[in-house]
Design a protein around this ligand. Structure first.
Ligand SMILES: Cc1cc2nc3c(=O)[nH]c(=O)nc-3n(C[C@H](O)[C@H](O)[C@H](O)COP(=O)(O)O)c2cc1C
Length: 223
């Protein structure tokens, strides 16, 4: 078992995770991963915690010409929500997938199973993050985005999704042209409670900051 990373320390991995950053799409350029690298990235993405071995996700790979071809769907989807859109705006929206050499859509597809939908959705999120980390390990920059088209019924249908599918993310992958700047990170001490009976739970600085009732999971639609 000594080949398992959990069986031997890997300080490089922790060091990387402590410094990891998404790369803005404007800073992602050619070259992207080659065929073998894409395979390796997808394989790592599929190796995530998955309660019940349901594989409740699948991948849509957009590379080469496909990034251009999907532009028609983006154009029609934008037009559906903004019928007066100027041609320049439509050109801009239709070029979204051309911003990086590779875009992988991670799609959450709930399986009929006793395992909760929530857990199946979390597994899709883990697949997105594994996908990013695997691409990063190969030296590529990544950005996990949803953007408007992930929620556009027209776009979703045009790329072959149905009502059981939900976009977990479109992961943009490419060579990093510019190192991203650091970004504020939370103080984990205000987000962490070493629980004891009667402990006051640290929920983070932003919790109930406005004094308004906070969003409850009961209020979140499950559609
Ligand atoms: C599900 C999901 C969807 C996201 N969608 C967007 C998006 O549409 N646009 C955006 O700017 N960032 C989006 N992000 C945030 C970026 O992936 C990224 O986390 C952010 O730019 C901060 O960079 P960091 O990963 O270095 O902290 C999304 C993150 C998640 C988890």
């Amino acid at each position: 078992m000594s080949d398992l990373i959990s069986a031997r320390p890997c300080p490089e991995m922790l060091d990387y995770l402590s410094r990891r950053r998404s790369v803005p799409v404007a800073s992602l350029c050619d070259p992207g991963p080659d065929v073998a690298q894409i395979q390796a990235i997808l394989k790592a993405a599929a190796r995530v915690p998955d309660h019940g071995k349901l594989f409740p996700w699948h991948f849509l790979v957009f590379e080469g010409q496909a990034r251009e071809a999907v532009g028609g769907a983006l154009r029609r989807a934008w037009l559906a929500q903004d019928p007066q859109a100027a041609p320049a705006k439509l050109d801009l929206e239709s070029a979204r997938f051309l911003r990086a050499p590779l875009v992988v859509g991670v799609i959450s597809r709930l399986r009929p199973a006793k395992h909760p939908a929530w857990e199946q959705a979390l597994s899709a999120g883990a697949a997105c993050q594994n996908l990013c980390l695997a691409a990063n390990a190969l030296g590529f920059g990544t950005n996990w985005l949803s953007e408007w088209y992930a929620y556009s019924p027209v776009f979703r249908k045009e790329i072959g999704l149905d009502e059981r599918d939900r976009v977990a993310g479109f992961v943009y992958i490419g060579t990093m042209a510019k190192r991203p700047e650091e970004r504020d990170r939370p103080d984990i001490s205000v987000l962490t409670t070493r629980w004891t009976p009667g402990a006051v739970v640290n929920r983070g600085d932003s919790y109930d900051r406005s004094g308004l009732p906070s969003l409850s999971w009961l209020d979140v639609s499950s559609d």
